[in-house]
Design a protein around this ligand. Structure first.
Ligand code: F6R
Length: 605
């Protein structure tokens, strides 16, 4: 939710560097964009509502003069998407410009106080109060970094900010409280960014800014201070991590398609990931009396899968919970409870808030995330990476597969430690070894089929995705993918529940997608297919090779390699559903990489 970037250099004009980095940050929000620089004692600023390329075409953001600047790509929280509400925001006299990612909870109170002091607000954002508070402190005669620090002490909520000043042309002051922020160092410039993949290629070293730190960046110096005390802190510089993938689109039309096709490689990365971290997590899980797996959206669907696998394989009492509901569900929490949090980004506020409360209660928190150095890795007592490489498409695809495979690895390890279901665990290991090629053939053999079905699906308003058992996770994920990128309304349901209400919606040619592997759910799912068929539904099925029975009663089938360990069928059965969602979005003329109203990392509660 919103991406911020800043760059200062002793030799380069920075607006192109900022513009290019904002393009890489656009997945964080894309309803408005803006850029500001300092030059000859003034602030130059351009911003507007719209996608970054459109705004560049109209305003030429990348032509702003100056060697120091900041930029922002927005996902609106306070104030509708508009030119006024776009960032950077400024103080009364345009002497400073500021970008912000996060939410200032007490902004109304602060705004009121500032207005009484005569400050003129131009936007409806919560962020603008920060600029005016800094202005107020500067007018009191404080040095810039102290003025920013005093301002931040007045704020309640979350922020990553970066500010530039007409009076101090080569300086950026940035700070972090909850929202992510990193500093990048290169021979030609120093920059700050909401995330690592957005950093320019030249950046060789990184400093991860911690909560409660304020950073003063100049072309050749970086000073970090504690927000609370104002005291200087040591710099913790690390080499830029080798990424397991890259953020280039390659020859693909969209990142989503590229990321779907990357899944065989992701599977290979997961099975090659160091065993010691998997063991570390498994050891903690087997000691627990109960495990809650918490996450949001796609990560929550992976939690459903993970709980099934941990329960079945390792006999660990595991339950999936939606992170934003965690507070209200009165889950039993004691010293024997462990919470495993799943988050691709590692920055989802709903997950982080739950984890903080759990930490306060002394509950052990573990994490599975794709972003090393993300907030979740700092909250967890142990964490495991997904090794999926940067995921740029807003809809999660390859990271869902990585979550399933990594959870399967953890469950296998847990079952080995406990001596439970050891034979089945061995067969899962065998499946994991084969998974890169099974995933590859599942994708390649279903691309054309998904394109075919997308033509019909693109003309529909609604669809059901139904399954039983572990594949309820697949059904929910298939429906989420379709609705979020193509805007065809889709509901995922346990198939047995469909007759308790949802079936009322079914009429002639209503699409019902069944995930139907030949496991213990098979006969009952056939029963559910027949119920829908009897009401005229258009039956789509995801079936295993050689399944003639369901093929015959279906109007359309996706065929997947037959899997011996049925518990792992979601890994393959979700793939045609990802393709279907992608091609349906394209057939309807939408950009699947940037669905409306969404952002890749949801850093607001
Ligand atoms: C769906 C999607 C979202 C995320 C959710 C959680 O395609 O991407 O539903 O899964 O916002 O995000 P993370 O996993 O980063 O916590």
């Amino acid at each position: 939710m919103c991406g911020i970037f800043g760059c200062t250099s002793s030799r380069l004009s920075v607006s192109t560097v900022i513009y290019e980095s904002l393009k890489r940050l656009e997945y964080r929000g894309y309803d408005s964009v803006g850029l500001a620089t300092t030059h000859n004692g003034s602030i130059y600023l351009k911003k507007d509502q719209g996608r970054i390329r459109e705004v560049e075409e109209n305003l030429h953001l990348s032509f702003l003069p100056g060697r120091c600047g900041i930029g922002h790509t927005r996902w609106a929280t306070h104030g509708a998407p508009s030119k006024e509400n776009a960032h950077p925001v400024t103080d009364c006299n345009g002497m400073l410009a500021l970008v912000h990612n996060g939410v200032i909870e007490n902004y109304l109170e602060l705004k009121d106080q500032l207005q009484k002091l005569g400050h003129r607000m131009r936007s409806r954002t919560d962020s603008e109060v920060i600029a005016h508070l800094i202005e107020m402190h500067v007018k009191q005669g404080l040095p810039l970094d102290e003025a920013v620090r005093r301002t931040l002490l007045l704020l309640k909520g979350s922020y990553a900010i970066a500010a530039i000043f007409a009076s101090d042309e080569d300086t950026i002051i940035c700070a972090r409280m909850e929202s992510p922020l990193v500093i990048g160092l290169s021979p030609n410039f120093v920059c700050c960014s909401s995330d690592i993949p957005a950093l320019p290629k030249e950046v060789e070293k990184i400093i991860v800014v911690e909560n409660g730190e304020i950073v003063v960046i100049r072309p050749h110096t970086i000073i970090i201070k504690s927000l609370e005390t104002g005291q200087e802190l040591p710099l913790k510089v690390t080499l830029r991590e080798e990424m397991t993938g890259d953020a280039d689109i390659g020859g693909f039309t969209h990142y989503m398609l590229k990321e779907i096709h990357e899944q065989p490689q992701v599977a290979l990365n997961v099975i090659k990931a160091p065993a010691k971290f998997v063991t570390q997590l498994a050891e903690k899980l087997v000691k627990a009396e109960r495990v809650y797996l918490i996450g949001c959206g796609t990560s929550y669907h992976a939690c459903i899968f993970g709980s099934h696998v941990l329960r079945f394989l390792a006999k660990i009492d595991s339950f999936p919970l939606i992170a934003s509901e965690f507070d209200y569900c009165n889950a039993s929490l004691d010293a024997k409870t462990v919470v495993l949090a799943l988050s691709q980004s590692g920055e989802t506020m709903d997950v982080l808030s739950a984890l903080k409360r759990l930490q306060d209660l002394g509950i052990e928190v573990l994490a599975l995330t794709n972003v090393m150095g993300s907030s979740i890795t700092r909250l967890a007592s142990a964490y495991l990476g997904l090794y999926a490489g940067p995921e740029i498409g807003v809809a999660a695809t390859k990271t869902f597969t990585a979550q399933l495979l990594m959870l399967a690895r953890v469950a296998v390890e847990a079952s080995n430690i406990k001596g439970e279901n050891v034979d089945y665990a061995k067969r899962i290991e065998e499946f994991l070894r084969q998974s890169p090629s099974a995933i590859k053939s599942s994708i390649s053999s279903n691309v054309r089929r998904a394109q075919e079905l997308s033509v019909k699906m693109s003309l529909k308003d609604h669809a059901f995705f139904l399954a039983r058992g572990v594949n309820v996770a697949t059904a929910l994920e298939g429906a989420l993918k379709l609705k979020e990128v193509s805007y065809v309304h889709a509901e995922g349901y346990p198939a047995g529940e469909s007759k308790h209400g949802p079936i009322a919606l079914v009429e002639e040619d209503y699409p019902c997608v069944f995930i139907c592997p030949q496991d213990e759910t098979y006969d009952k799912v056939i029963g559910n297919i027949m119920e829908m068929k009897a009401r005229g539904a258009f039956i789509v099925s995801c079936i295993e090779e050689g399944d003639k029975e369901v093929k015959e009663i279906s109007d359309f089938s996706f065929v997947l390699p037959s899997v011996e360990v049925k518990m792992l069928t979601p890994v393959l059965h979700v793939l045609p559903l990802q393709l279907l969602a992608y091609y349906t979005a394209v057939a309807r003329g939408f950009d699947p990489d940037k669905p409306r109203n969404l952002a890749k990392s949801v850093t607001v509660p």
